[in-house]
Design a protein. Structure first.
Length: 256
């Protein structure tokens, strides 16, 4: 039927859940959205996106994929039911649930996707963390939400950081670097050498990894997939698109 290609994290290769990081292969979208665009974006055919989402849902054996209208913030939604209308549970950048067969989706095209699993309390989370969300510690907020809603002990959590843009391909201006320096006290290990304009490449995924560890997840239980969405053309990349149309891939996790 299709040539769907998923990436998986060893950390989340556990009984009781399914997870995947999609690539751009295996869908029906065309042009800059080719082919497995999962993002409900202006420009791509909505019937094609619906078919792409159906294929992924079926391949993972789920009842439904659950999306957010992502806004680069730190709002976390608890998902207690399938949305009555549409695909989305509202605006925000993270979701948690303890219901089975609902695939929580984080959509990206360079930003950092994070998937979380609590094998003790049986709950999962999905996080979209671009530089703005990282500056607001959306990953840490999601861990806190799982503690509050499900009684999660952060020491039990397993985390996977999926494909995202790397520092070598993600220059930001000095105003962004200053925010990260304020957050972490130093840019050592987070940013490359500053250029003449004061900007530098920044490793957002490393920042997210540190935030997950600071939230109490043991570092040995945090896995980062070594894939750059800009350099690897299996993935959509906003930076690589340079203003032309582009789609979005996803990180997905569900209890089964």
């Amino acid at each position: 039927m299709s040539d769907l290609e998923f990436l998986h994290a060893d950390t989340l290769d556990r009984p009781g859940i399914v997870h995947a990081f999609t690539t751009r292969h295996g869908g029906v979208s065309t042009g800059g959205y080719a082919s497995l665009n999962l993002s409900w974006k202006d420009g791509d055919d909505k019937a094609a996106i619906t078919e792409n989402r159906r294929r992924v849902t079926e391949a993972l054996g789920l009842d439904r994929l659950i999306f957010l209208n992502q806004v680069h913030g730190n709002t976390v939604h608890r998902v207690d039911a399938i949305p009555e209308t549409g695909w989305s549970v509202g605006q925000g950048d993270a979701m948690i649930t303890n219901l089975p067969r609902l695939g929580l989706v984080t959509q990206t095209a360079d930003c950092t996707p994070v998937l979380l699993f609590d094998p003790v309390r049986r709950a999962v989370g999905a996080v979209h963390s671009g530089w703005r969300g990282t500056a607001q510690d959306v990953a840490g907020e999601t861990v806190e939400a799982m503690v509050r809603e499900y009684g999660t002990d952060p020491a039990d959590l397993l985390a996977a950081i999926g494909p995202a843009i790397t520092a070598q391909n993600y220059r930001v201006g000095p105003e962004v670097l200053e925010q990260f320096e304020d957050l972490f006290g130093s840019l050592e290990g987070l940013a490359l050498e500053r250029d003449a304009e004061g900007g530098a490449g920044i490793d957002v995924s490393e920042a997210v990894r540190r935030q997950l560890a600071a939230a109490g997840i043991p570092e040995t239980q945090i896995e980062r997939l070594p894939v750059c969405t800009y350099a690897d053309e299996r993935f959509f990349s906003c930076r690589r698109a340079k203003g032309t149309p582009f789609g979005g891939q996803a990180g997905i996790i569900a209890l089964v």
